[in-house]
Write a protein that binds this ligand. Structure first.
Ligand code: ZN
Ligand code: ZN
Length: 575
């Protein structure tokens, strides 16, 4: 799949367009096209011989469409090659240094020939930049700090890491009880799988009480205070994460929350729609266009409702048609934690899990589950102590034994390896004795896209396979997925009546949100498995729910919402 390469290239074009101060509408058009490709669940190559289809995609007109085709056929975009002749590519990196931006980057390049971050640092340290118009001592210091910060970070956080940092900071800020409302907004609130920085909004109990800003800069985990004003401050904390805090007035809290939650695309669409209705929306509130009169903005509900829209859950705010659905009152009623009655993917001490079946049962009872599925590895996965046929029999009888002591329904599952030729690691006779079979790839990642796709398709054809686990094999921030035509797999899941797993382990979240939505649109059903290797991991179910919600899933789309009786019937139906 060339989608990511194309996105990277178009992103570079956008940065060049900022650098040459191109018309903002032209820049927006590219940004929109990038967003569309990011959300495309199929390989962009499929449009190579099908240009008419390409032009039907949202935001891809003739101009950009032709460039995409050019890229697919030649591997290059001449327009980009020409842009590179005007300015060196390394300026793009300079532009991303906090405190720089396109104007300053261009000025320094034209005046001193500064064309990379190293040169920028040297010039800044030598004091050459301080006397330039629009720079000054403070700006130069910011740039130097920015360079240092950038070299240390550049990383994103996994959602669960951002979650624990956010909890820690917000409980610190609220301990004196001077705050009436506090929210972490941005991509964190939209439950994206990784988070860049943490944006916090809060509303003090007493108007004009700004003391929480001072407190924020004294947070025990603070490494550096980047800026501190009366109502806003930015700090860098451990792991080099930037955290911003803004104080918001009661009357604008809802509109500020809406504004800072994003996404950019959603907000642009919402604003356009508001204008049609005669309103303008900003972080300060909703205003009548004609009279500029404040209409509302205390809560997010008000902001959406005044426009005649259903409230849009943050997870849906990605500019993927949610405003149209909200207009028609047809937004999905998203899955939530209270709907969950069981977990489909738990490892026990029989393979590489830390806890016994007995212990897992105990924790699952505490979570209020009706059923669980204990899935251990199959025999060829020696590193994870996969079970041979004899051990599997032992596991089956252990489950019987523990079942006598609990109301919880325990199913015997397996995470069976899909071998390199697409056959499964257990014979059909063995698989027939297992309640729930999820098939997964753990080896042979280097195979071609065709080979891996065929391998998984072959596994799905097996009548005993209920689900495919972590279907793309990616590890967030560490390893890309193996090469697989995931849209083909998803389409086949419907055909073979195989579940797609949303693996809830925090660095997997696989399927991802985009493919999940594609699956739903194709009538696929899902299971959410924590892939727990310890009872502590059972709580990861919430991260799987995040993905499901971002993928527009409702109760009926997910088998974890079934009662013990229903799931038993469902699993038997396969055999
Ligand atoms: Zn696995
Ligand atoms: Zn597993």
């Amino acid at each position: 799949m060339k989608n990511q390469e194309l996105i990277d290239l178009l992103t570079k074009i956008v940065q060049y367009l900022y650098l040459i101060d191109e018309n903002i509408f032209k820049i927006r058009a590219y940004e929109k096209a990038i967003k569309t490709i990011e959300n495309l669940p199929k390989p962009i190559e499929e449009f190579k011989n099908n240009p008419e289809k390409l032009y039907t995609l949202d935001g891809i007109g003739k101009g950009i469409g032709e460039k995409i085709l050019e890229y697919l056929f030649t591997g290059k975009i001449v327009y980009y090659e020409d842009l590179k002749k005007q300015f060196p590519e390394s300026l793009i990196e300079i532009m991303s240094v906090p405190g720089m931006g396109p104007k300053r980057t261009k000025l320094l390049y034209q005046k001193f020939g500064i064309e990379n971050v190293k040169m920028l640092k040297e010039y800044a340290q030598r004091g050459v930049l301080e006397n330039l118009e629009g720079f000054g001592k403070k700006v130069v210091q910011n740039i130097l700090d920015g360079i240092n910060f950038k070299s240390e970070s550049g990383l994103r956080l996994l959602y669960n890491e951002a979650e624990s940092l956010s909890k820690d900071i917000t409980s610190f800020l609220t301990e004196d009880e001077t705050i009436s409302k506090i929210d972490v907004c941005g991509s964190f609130r939209r439950k994206k799988e990784t988070v860049g920085d943490i944006d916090i909004l809060c509303c003090p109990k007493k108007e004009n009480d700004f003391s929480v800003i001072e407190k924020f800069t004294k947070y025990p985990g603070v490494k550096k205070v980047l800026s501190q004003g009366e109502t806003k401050a930015s700090i860098v904390i451990n792991k080099n994460v930037q955290v911003d805090l803004r104080l918001i007035k009661k009357s604008s809290y809802g509109s500020a929350l809406q504004y800072f939650t994003g996404s950019k695309e959603h907000n642009i669409q919402l604003r356009e729609y508001a204008l049609e209705k005669g309103y303008s929306i900003s972080e300060y509130g909703v205003f009548e266009v004609d009279t500029k009169k404040y209409v509302c903005g205390k809560t997010e509900d008000e902001v959406y409702n005044i426009l005649g829209l259903q409230y849009v859950e943050p997870e849906l705010r990605e500019g993927q048609g949610e405003i149209l659905f909200a207009k028609q009152n047809k937004l999905p009623k998203l899955l939530s934690l209270k709907d969950i009655k069981g977990d489909t993917h738990i490892h026990s001490t029989f393979s590489d899990g830390m806890n016994t079946i007995e212990e897992i049962v105990h924790s699952s009872e505490e979570l209020g589950y009706e059923w669980i599925i204990i899935c251990d590895h199959s025999k060829s996965l020696k590193v994870a102590h996969g079970l041979d046929e004899k051990e599997l029999q032992k596991k089956i009888s252990e489950i019987k034994k523990v079942s006598n002591r609990t109301k919880l329904k325990i199913f015997c599952g397996t995470e069976v390896d899909i071998l390199s030729d697409g056959s499964l690691d257990y014979s059909d006779e063995i698989l027939a004795q297992i309640d729930f079979v999820i098939a997964a790839i753990h080896t042979g990642f280097k195979q071609s896209e065709e080979q891996i796709t065929d391998r998984i398709l072959r596994a799905m054809e097996n009548r005993y396979v209920h689900a495919i686990s972590h279907p793309t094999g990616r590890i967030l921030l560490k390893r890309d997925s193996y090469k697989v035509n995931i849209s083909k797999i998803i389409e086949a899941a419907k055909r073979y009546n195989v579940l797609m797993e949303i693996n809830a382990y925090p660095d997997r979240l696989d399927l991802n949100d985009i493919n999940t939505k594609y699956g739903k649109e194709n009538g696929v059903k899902f299971c959410i498995g924590t892939d727990a290797h310890s009872i502590k991991h059972l709580n990861y179910i919430s991260y799987g729910i995040n993905v499901a919600r971002r993928g527009w899933l409702e109760r009926k789309d997910v088998v974890n919402t079934m009662s013990a009786k229903e799931i038993e019937k469902y699993l038997n139906f396969k055999k």
